[in-house]
Design a protein around this ligand. Structure first.
Ligand SMILES: C[S@@+](CC[C@H](N)C(=O)[O-])C[C@H]1O[C@@H](n2cnc3c(N)ncnc32)[C@H](O)[C@@H]1O
Length: 290
């Protein structure tokens, strides 16, 4: 690399004050020029998008997020490609690997788990590559909280139960205690809180919620490896879930869903298939859910 990656990121950020023309030229599903940053989905190869699959199948080099991407998916779709595990590699190593292969005319893809927009650190790689004149773009994927909702057979937003969803993570090495807002999301009442990167910290997180005075009976569901063959669901409450997860021995790769919506119960029928469905033919102003 010619420069410090942070300098490249800063310079790219400065340029973004003027919107990139590609934002208007393409839609989110377009295959574009450059290296695609693909959301691999939560694990099951069937949950990779059709476009993502086509790109991965045609790739010469696949840089993937290690154990977070199901090896079944790599086995199934990346037969002929060179595979590089990004875990333990810094930008100084990853960027030249992708750039050089791309400049040699190889089809390069970057595979992130779930969706690259959530706790993926995709943008810094994209900016560093763009700074080296390698175009990039995003192919979205199914984020793990959506897979967990499917496993739990529920919705994260649910009429009269949860009007909002928080994607969050607990305090730890990356987040200071005063940046941990899990307790505040619960305080709001009608929020489903989905905790990423927090499996190892479930007992501590629950203890803090109890100390903050939250109802010990608040439902919590933990979905380990959603959509993988060894998927597991542990259900409990703020008071009980910590011990149950410790007993199961999970320290990573689980989604923690806090709130009544995790149970899929206690909701009211929606306006959409009630009064809204019976509105007059000209009343199309308001936005409907589906
Ligand atoms: C680095 S983050 C990446 C999140 C990813 N970009 C996404 O959209 O799901 C990793 C965290 O996502 C969650 N995660 C990823 N895959 C999962 C799965 N299949 N089941 C449950 N949680 C998962 C876990 O909380 C894990 O600690």
């Amino acid at each position: 690399m010619t420069e410090d990656p942070q300098q490249a990121i800063d310079e790219q950020s400065e340029q973004k004050r003027q919107r990139d023309e590609r934002v208007y030229e393409h839609t989110a599903g377009d295959v574009q020029e450059g290296i695609p940053f693909i959301g691999a989905g939560p694990g099951d190869p069937g949950l990779l998008t059709v476009t993502g699959r086509e790109l991965v199948e045609n790739a010469d080099l696949v840089v993937h997020a290690g154990s977070l991407v199901n090896s079944e998916l790599l086995d199934e779709y990346c037969d002929d490609a060179e595979l590089v595990n990004s875990v333990g590699k810094d930008l100084e190593e990853l960027i030249p690997t992708m750039r050089d292969a791309y400049e040699d005319g190889d089809d390069v893809v970057r595979l992130h788990s779930g969706d690259p927009a959530i706790y993926g650190a995709a943008l810094e790689q994209m900016d560093a590559l763009e700074h080296e004149d390698v175009p990039t773009y995003i192919v979205p994927g199914v984020t793990s909280s959506f897979a967990a909702a499917a496993t739990l057979r529920t919705q994260l937003t649910l009429n009269e139960v949860a009007n909002h969803v928080a994607f969050t993570r607990p305090q730890g090495k990356t987040l200071d205690a005063d940046e941990d807002h899990i307790s505040e999301f619960l305080e709001m009442g009608d929020v489903t809180t989905c905790i990423y990167l927090g499996t190892h910290a479930i007992p501590d997180t629950m203890d803090r919620l109890l100390d903050d005075g939250h109802d010990p009976e608040t439902p919590v569901a933990v979905v380990y490896h959603a959509s993988w063959p060894d998927e597991d669901v542990i259900e409990g409450t703020i008071e009980t879930i910590g011990e149950k997860v410790e007993e199961a021995g999970y320290r990573a790769s689980a989604m923690v869903v806090i709130g009544e919506a995790a149970t899929g119960s206690g909701y009211e029928r929606s306006y959409l298939y009630g009064d809204w469905a019976n509105r007059g033919p000209n009343d199309s102003e308001s936005e409907a859910d589906d």
